[in-house]
Design a protein. Structure first.
Length: 305
């Protein structure tokens, strides 16, 4: 099997189709993307730098443009998305908007001071390649800051569907997309040539009266299943009802509502530049740690076996 085949996990034409459909009613389902966009932009407040020219990759309905509002000294914001429907909606946010695929960015090298991406990169087949393109498009000492869903996302729904499918069909199929592991993202940023990578995660929990409302929201957000190896037939009503019963039985709280967990991974990294601080070489320290803490120094020696 070739490397290209291994990387093709998601149906990108379906990613576009789902976003085009979601764009029509985006205002009714954008609550999670707006919340995470706000958290992403809050992190930008911690950076004492101006970023005159910025890019938003996978902009959806222009959620970052709505909340960034001049933060980070942004003078010009360019938005792009795979979906023409989303771009038309985002174009209302007083920013330059174009249709562009996150997997094949149309921008030249060393163009942007800042690149952002909010809850879009988890649908990319070649994430290392996308990060390489982002690095290339940044100016030296440019900042990349992004969010994506992590592997703990929708754990309750995943468990309920798997149990129901085992009972109804006697087997399981990929009904929820495979998400990234926090531990792997920092390594991918380094492999893509970034400097000073920082990766952490939040767990955002949304409360629902019943899990059917969750399924409606996922469809409205364009976040429903796009895995190439998914079953290409309509899901049985019996399976859905069985999964919803299990969801309620297993996860219903004292208030009668059920949680839906979304693990949000935050990525922050810089394009290398000679002006950036570099870690000291081993053995180059001029002060002892023991002196700094005012304690005696103990030298460890190998014990004889």
């Amino acid at each position: 099997m070739s490397d290209v085949e291994i990387m093709n996990v998601f149906d990108r034409s379906l990613v576009r189709a789902h976003r085009d459909r979601a764009a029509k009613t985006w205002d009714d389902f954008d609550f999670l993307h707006k919340e995470v966009a706000e958290r992403l932009c809050d992190r930008l407040d911690d950076v004492v730098r101006d970023f005159p020219l910025a890019l938003d990759i996978g902009c959806h309905g222009g959620d970052i443009a709505q909340v960034v509002q001049g933060r980070g000294g942004i003078e010009t914001l360019v938005q792009c998305d795979l979906s023409e429907g989303m771009v038309k909606r985002a174009d209302q946010q007083n920013a330059l908007s174009i249709v562009a695929d996150e997997e094949v960015l149309p921008f030249g090298a060393n163009q942007f001071d800042l690149i952002m991406s909010n809850l879009s990169l988890h649908w990319v087949n070649d994430l290392p390649g996308a990060l390489l393109q982002i690095n290339r498009s940044l100016k030296p000492d440019g900042l990349f800051i992004g969010t994506m869903f992590g592997m703990e996302t929708l754990g309750e729904l995943r468990q309920s569907l798997q149990q129901a499918e085992m009972e109804v069909d006697g087997g399981m199929s990929p009904r929820i997309s495979p998400f990234a592991d926090v531990r792997d993202i920092g390594m991918l940023l380094q492999r893509a040539g970034f400097n000073l990578p920082v990766v952490d995660a939040d767990l955002v929990t949304v409360s629902y009266e019943n899990p059917l409302k969750l399924l409606k929201d996922l469809k409205g957000m364009g976040e429903n299943n796009k895995v190439l190896e998914r079953r290409k037939v309509f899901t049985k009503r019996e399976l859905i009802f069985k999964a919803m019963e299990k969801y309620m039985a297993e996860f219903k709280g004292e208030d009668g509502r059920v949680p839906a967990s979304f693990q949000v991974i935050y990525l922050t990294a810089w394009k290398p530049d000679p002006s950036q601080q570099k870690p000291l070489q081993p053995g180059s320290a001029t002060h002892k740690m023991a002196d700094a803490f005012g304690v005696p120094e103990h030298v460890l020696t190998d014990k004889k076996k």
